[in-house]
Design a protein around this ligand. Structure first.
Ligand code: FMN
Length: 337
């Protein structure tokens, strides 16, 4: 029996943000009452070793679902090989006005313009401290909306310093379309300035903490061949440890006739799949195995995950697929490997 298939119509009758909160609270209750392992038994599979870390399976939770780290144990119990929490900013912020989250079930897609609503990095670290989870935990960091874009590096440096001791790896999110000018950080000299400063800080922190925490860059699907090439060169030049491809898209081609097509924000789920795979393929070509790729974007079943792995990714992450297919998706992918 697929419990999620039964519950989905009920959840989809609620406003999307309410459904999100209800689902996470239910998961927490399921975890506390030890029901999760009965409903979603975890399949063992061969570990993936990249970035000096050992991932017990290659299926991760993508950033944005647990922005504050409030549900780490409950989510981990579903069988993920790794969990990424955040995006978190140095200071708490409310995000954009509601409504800011939309479902497009006809396309198995989501549009969001949440705008990094989060309780701040101190709250997140407090949750990490108290969780039982002891496997791979990525902390995804961003900048506050009211930090001028010229000072963005300062916010990422604060995030890196604070997250360093608690994280298995730290993701620099420079690809959300919902923070003004953020994606500009993927271009030209801006990206060079950012990653060189963060790399320098990472090496200082390594000395201070006596451990090396990999730095990962998360990029958008809306990049052309030359932009991807430029990013790949810089990843190698600055020895960035990994790259996540991709975030949500601002393109609407695949859903152009949908009544919600004109809602501002990032589109995820099935319509971003091909673009995300293209970015993974291009990165793989340029990187040639030198830096591992973590793929996200439109993974709704095991075949979609295989497509990303064949395109050159070492790991995958899911978000929208969980909303449309439920936690069974994780095991479906692991079983297919
Ligand atoms: C509601 C929502 C919120 C998101 N928030 C974040 C975020 O805070 N940080 C981030 O790096 N990505 C965020 N993402 C992007 C996802 O992590 C993922 O990269 C993207 O949705 C593509 O994967 P998918 O098609 O499986 O959803 C968010 C996605 C959604 C749907």
């Amino acid at each position: 029996m697929n419990l999620y298939a039964l519950l989905r119509p009920l959840l989809f009758s609620l406003d999307p943000e309410t459904a999100h909160d209800v689902t996470l609270k239910a998961l927490k209750a399921g975890y506390a009452s030890r029901l999760t392992p009965l409903l979603y038994p975890v399949t063992a599979c061969e570990a993936v070793n990249i970035m000096g870390l050992s991932f017990k399976n290659p299926v991760g939770l993508a950033a944005g679902l647990d922005k504050n780290g409030d549900y780490i144990d409950a989510l981990a119990a579903l069988g993920f090989g790794f969990i990424e929490i955040g995006t978190v900013t140095p200071r708490p912020q409310p995000g954009n006005p509601k409504p800011r989250l939309f479902r497009l079930p006809e396309h198995e897609a989501i549009i969001n313009r949440m705008g990094f609503n989060n309780l701040g990095i101190d709250h997140l670290l407090e949750q990490v401290k108290h969780c039982k989870y002891n496997s791979i935990l990525g902390i995804n960091i961003g900048k506050n909306a009211d930090t001028p874009i010229e000072n963005a590096t300062d916010d990422y440096l604060i995030g890196l310093r604070k997250a360093y001791a608690a994280a298995s790896y730290v993701t620099l999110n420079i690809s959300s379309p919902n923070t003004k000018n953020l994606r500009q950080l993927q271009q030209g000299d801006e990206i060079k300035k950012l990653i060189s400063a963060l790399k320098e800080e990472q090496l200082k922190l390594q000395q201070e903490h006596g451990k090396y925490v990999p730095l990962v860059l998360k990029i958008a699907p809306d990049l052309n061949h030359a932009e991807i090439n430029h990013i790949a060169e810089l990843l190698v030049e600055f020895a960035i440890d990994g790259v996540i491809a991709t975030n949500t898209t601002i393109a609407r081609t695949a859903i152009s006739t949908h009544p919600l097509a004109n809602e501002t924000g990032g589109l995820s789920g099935a319509p971003v799949k091909d673009q995300a795979t293209f970015v993974v393929q291009e990165l793989a070509k340029h990187l040639n195995g030198r830096i591992p790729i973590i793929a996200a974007g439109g993974i709704l079943n095991a075949a979609d995950a295989q497509e990303k792995l064949h395109a050159g990714a070492s790991l995958v992450q899911v978000y929208s697929g969980l909303i449309y297919r439920g936690p069974q998706l994780i095991n479906d992918i692991v079983n297919s490997l």
